[in-house]
Write a protein that binds this ligand. Structure first.
Ligand SMILES: NC(=O)c1ccc[n+]([C@@H]2O[C@H](COP(=O)([O-])OP(=O)(O)OC[C@H]3O[C@@H](n4cnc5c(N)ncnc54)[C@H](O)[C@@H]3O)[C@@H](O)[C@H]2O)c1
Length: 319
């Protein structure tokens, strides 16, 4: 019998790619997702969501529900009876902390506690919790390793760090993953990578922050990391940075986009007070314990995204 995996936030960017991969390697999957949108561009969001859902519908169960409602998680867990829960559902954008303060607290804190409580009472053996590099706050060093103190600089980072402490209280098996700057096709959270490609295609104004360095992590590599954490027994009870492990300037990313769209231009702005200065994650622990080997540099990642955009004619009618 196939192993059953429940993914909260399974219709989201990372969740949908993860489910696709889990299915391809023989798992039974279910998504639990509330279909929430915190970006202003609804047409873009709906197109992404439709595309992901179309993919998932073929071979995954899809449950609609909100993790803030414990009974609805209980119903799904009773119906699907997962062995592993991957918890991705969150309000995942630091920048909207102020605008969606209440949602950030109730989804990322109360919602996570609900998921954990239902998991604890269920037959499921293992939970994978998705934290973030934002839990570190400003990087005290780069690359930054897992054993650095968590000193988040914003509400989002603080909720992610809190979730880590909640998960560690579990009496069952847990794994914590800290991804960063994940990019790929069907991301629609207005992250810099998506915005740069969007604005280049739609010929709109773009800007980047002076001096910003990020550890751009291609979605397929990040999914590899999740799969290892789900399947390998040595992952249990451990926290892993999962990223490319290489800091690159955002200006480099922008210049690479410009190679494909020579007329693309962007402004360089000074950082505001909300800026969290990051860099590269140290992924030597994931390499050593899990054999994690991310493959994609941004040169290949951008090319792949543009190929998929073409294949799906993604921007037709969008402006
Ligand atoms: N993408 C990144 O660069 C990145 C980096 C670090 C950490 N993460 C973490 O990875 C996870 C997934 O991120 P993503 O980029 O796929 O985001 P996403 O917004 O694409 O996906 C999140 C999904 O969760 C769902 N959701 C939100 N609130 C919910 C609720 N109350 N109940 C049920 N479902 C709800 C949304 O509808 C969405 O489909 C998040 O926990 C995020 O904090 C992402």
């Amino acid at each position: 019998m196939k192993k059953r995996i429940l993914v909260t936030g399974g219709e989201g960017f990372i969740g949908s790619h993860l489910i696709d991969r889990l299915i391809s390697i023989g798992f039974d999957t279910a998504s639990f997702d509330a279909h929430l949108n915190f970006i202003d561009n609804h047409r873009y969001f709906n197109r992404c969501f439709k595309l992901r859902k179309k993919h998932l519908k073929v071979s995954s169960k899809i449950y609609r529900g909100d993790i803030r409602n414990k009974e609805s998680i209980q119903r799904v867990v009773a119906d699907f009876s997962p062995e592993v829960v991957v918890h991705l559902a969150a309000l995942p954008m630091a920048r909207v902390s102020e605008k969606y303060h209440h949602d950030m607290r109730t989804i990322n804190l109360d919602g996570t506690l609900n998921v954990l409580e239902v998991f604890e009472q269920s037959q499921a053996r293992k939970i994978i919790y998705t934290s973030s590099s934002m839990a570190y706050g400003h990087f005290k060093q780069t690359p930054i390793a897992e054993n650095n103190l968590l000193t988040p600089e914003n509400l989002y980072g603080a909720t992610k760090a809190a979730g880590e402490y909640f998960v560690k209280l579990s009496k069952k098996d847990w794994v914590i993953i800290r991804p960063t700057s994940v990019y790929g096709f069907t991301d629609c959270s207005n992250r810099v990578t998506q915005l740069l490609i969007d604005t280049a295609i739609l010929k709109k104004p773009a800007w980047i922050i002076k001096g910003e360095i990020l550890d751009f992590s291609y979605i397929d590599d990040v999914v590899d990391g999740f799969i290892k954490c789900i399947t390998l027994p040595q992952a249990i009870g451990q926290t892993f940075n999962i990223s490319k492990g290489e800091g690159r300037a955002v200006s480099e990313f922008a210049k690479l986009v410009k190679v494909y769209f020579p007329k693309f231009s962007y402004q360089i702005r000074k950082a505001d007070n909300h800026q969290v200065w990051r860099g590269s994650l140290d992924i030597s622990k994931a390499k050593r314990i899990l054999g994690f080997t991310p493959k994609y540099r941004i040169e290949e990642g951008i090319q792949k995204i543009l190929e998929l955009i073409k294949e799906y004619n993604f921007y037709k009618g969008l402006n």
